[in-house]
Design a protein around this ligand. Sequence first.
Ligand SMILES: Nc1ncnc2c1ncn2[C@@H]1O[C@H](COP(=O)(O)OP(=O)(O)OP(=O)(O)O)[C@@H](O)[C@H]1O
Ligand SMILES: [Mg+2]
Length: 344
Amino acid sequence: MPKIIGLTYDLKEDWKFQPGDPKDANAELDTVKTIDSIASAIETGGHQVKRIGNVYNLLNQIDHLGVDIVFNIAEGHWGRNRESQVPVILEMKQIPFVGSDGLALGITLDKIIGKKCFIADGIPTPRYFEVREGDDLKKLNAIGFPLIVKPRFEGSSKGLSKNSRVIDYPGLQQQADLINRQYKQGALVEEFIKGTEFTVGVIGNKHPFAMPVVQVKIEGKLNLGDDFYTFSRLLQPDLVEYICPADIPEGLSNKLKDLAVRAYRSVECSDFGRVDFRVDEKGNPFVLEINPLPCLSREDVFFFAAKALGITYEDMINRILDFGLERHGLSDEKVKNCKVADVV
Ligand SMILES: Nc1ncnc2c1ncn2[C@@H]1O[C@H](COP(=O)(O)OP(=O)(O)OP(=O)(O)O)[C@@H](O)[C@H]1O
Ligand SMILES: [Mg+2]
């Protein structure tokens, strides 16, 4: 039976820049093109799509939504619970939705809370400390240098520039101040992992499935060493390439996939997610973070892995939808028969 699928999302163009906003303030939000791609993929699966939009639109329509399930990719605008707002409202109204719940989205958007889960579950993640305004850096830094300074609860490489890797106290102070003042949050300071970078997509629920490992190549280099992904690199897609499947020993690939599934389970993701890694020069992997709302644009890294499995964009979107439908007991044979079901 075709279903009516609501779509919740935040558009880049809905962000009204205020004086003092960092230039990357709307970086996590989606483009109309991405929403069009998701909607047409869902329609290809035989369903009808109802575009709801952001949390305010959802609130206005909440008592007459008229959908069977909501496919949620809304990033939200404010605070560390911003990604949790749409799922929590849907949960409150007992409206089924695709994707992780408010708790998983909150835990993972705040990278420090996410890391605490990883540490409790024995999943390797870089050592860290947090810097808030007025903190004494020398008392906090038991790691040494080099370090990387990031915002505690932002994504899409927001707040990351080439200055984010710091090698001394003046550099650390400057970057921590920038995060504290411009992004109005604690600075997450991690040991800098010199080496290579990978990302692994995970889909499913009872038996989460890790997709083929994607390696990140920056400015033609696979061995990144001291290089890393910054916001300005994100704006110049030509500088970054994705290799999938990554040309790495099977042992490392299996280790990364295993850790990706463990991280997904650790924070209790649902339906889909993506785990980012650095691997040091000795071959030790470290989970940097998990994204339960990875970008679902056709060009994004999540679909590189799908392509390597021979799965089309349309089939992958419908498989994610199907995981949500199954979880809520709403699945039917027509959906189950989509091609990707043979693979995962
Ligand atoms: N501890 C680290 N050591 C080395 N490089 C790091 C470290 N932490 C982050 N980076 C670099 O910074 C990039 C962004 O970091 P991270 O994945 O933690 O944040 P994000 O902004 O949420 O990411 P995304 O762009 O995937 O949303 C990483 O892809 C990596 O290149
Ligand atoms: Mg990341």
